[in-house]
Design a protein around this ligand. Sequence first.
Ligand code: TXA
Ligand code: MG
Length: 337
Amino acid sequence: MEPTAKPELIVEPDEAAMVKAVAALRRGELVAFPTETVYGLGADARNEEAVVSIFAAKGRPARNPLIVHVKDLETARLYGHFNDQALSLAREFWPGPLTLVVPLRQDAGLPQQVTAGLETIALRVPAGKTALDLLNGFDGPIAAPSANRSGKISPTEAEHVEEDLGERVAMILDGGPCSRGLESTILTQTGERVALLRSGAVSAEEIIRFLGSEDQLIIHSESDTDPERPVSPGRLASHYAPNARLRLNALEPREGEMMLAFGPDAPEKVIGVNLSPAGDLAEAAANLYAYLHILDETGIDTIAVMPIPDTGLGRAINDRLQRAAAPRPEEEQKDRL
Ligand code: TXA
Ligand code: MG
């Protein structure tokens, strides 16, 4: 390999770096930045060429819309129509790992590629300090999917971004490991109620507690994995996939496997890692992608994954693991993000 052409691709997000990042975004370049969930691949959401280059860098299908990150609710309302319930959810959970899909304003002024031509827009105010500093410095909407190639594991460290997309970005702001480690929860308003489009770092239980009753939240039980009509394309079957195969609900590894363990009952002395020896789901969520990266880098064929309780954050963890374990589509029909 050549010596690195861009020696300072990964930078500490100090004041000088933030000025450079803002300038790069204004020039229409891509800047990877940490959020509390995962690293995002950011571009000026108003700049059509910049937005198109996100899709090219990720190898992402054009019909899969992006999340627009904004600095506050007031800014979000320039782009989407919020009903009372969406407003109250935003006030409760922003800044934070919740994305709201709301009707797109006709005067939003964003290129149609951002929303993949839909009449709705996904908006979020992230909580991470670097993300908020960047949004405040840039003072505009930043379209940002997770900073990984389509279908691959999401990045929770700057190095993950460099490995996957290093050649495509102007810079990577290094905020250390993401504190939540799982993507934002995506909700949409549907009349009187809200529907969960993607489980994530805010648990369904937390949302139900806030809404006041279970009937207020629609959780689709059927799997909407029909690629002809993706409700939220991130829910397609194969996704978040390491190179290794995953064997779920394994109590111990088979010959030649490594283990992704969870909790105090993990078998002793097996080769692998434990997402949370104490059995803490928030800790497991924060470690999930980083540990999948570590196991994958060993070149192992199969990762044996211990069962994870399907409550709270465990639901989002299991959702990701199931997609990571799903049969992979043929390379030529890579319809994943
Ligand atoms: O935590 C996160 O949400 C991270 C960080 C960077 O903010 N972003 C992220 O983006 O996970 P991405 O592109 O990997 O996933 C966004 C999801 C996709 O499943 C996309 O289909 C869905 O949001 N989405 C975006 N706009 C939508 C819309 N108008 N209606 C339904 N789903 C939408
Ligand atoms: Mg993603």
